[in-house]
Design a protein around this ligand. Sequence first.
Ligand SMILES: N=c1c2ncn([C@@H]3O[C@H](COP(=O)(O)OP(=O)(O)OP(=O)(O)O)[C@@H](O)[C@H]3O)c2ncn1[C@@H]1O[C@H](COP(=O)(O)O)[C@@H](O)[C@H]1O
Length: 105
Amino acid sequence: MSILHDLAVTIEARKGADPDSSWTAKLLAKGPEKCAEKFGEEAIEAIIEAVKGDRAKLTSEAADVLYHFLVMLAARDVALDDVLAELARRQGLSGIAEKAARPKG
Ligand SMILES: N=c1c2ncn([C@@H]3O[C@H](COP(=O)(O)OP(=O)(O)OP(=O)(O)O)[C@@H](O)[C@H]3O)c2ncn1[C@@H]1O[C@H](COP(=O)(O)O)[C@@H](O)[C@H]1O
């Protein structure tokens, strides 16, 4: 399993946990709207570091983005695997487009 899968499993396990026991449980207890808002804040912080060009800070902010992205999905019961399946489906579509664009013969 990838680290993203491991993290998604941990986040899922925090659902319904005592909000005082974990940051994730606390955030999930605030509801999907708050989780989405937090994701937006972290995304903006990552954008700022990307514009500034600080690679170390962008790396750290990107990790925050991925964590809060998974919390937002969990808050709305969207499985990481469903998102990955959608990406895989699009890869398949682009493969078909590439084949169609290739000259015949
Ligand atoms: N990857 C993370 C992770 N990234 C960021 N954060 C937390 O996200 C919070 C966001 O930072 P902010 O500066 O916005 O926090 P804040 O200012 O206190 O928040 P607000 O008051 O603004 O809402 C911080 O408190 C970080 O600790 C994370 N908390 C948890 N994880 C992972 O989730 C797992 C489970 O964590 P717990 O639920 O805490 O056990 C951990 O093992 C980690 O792997």
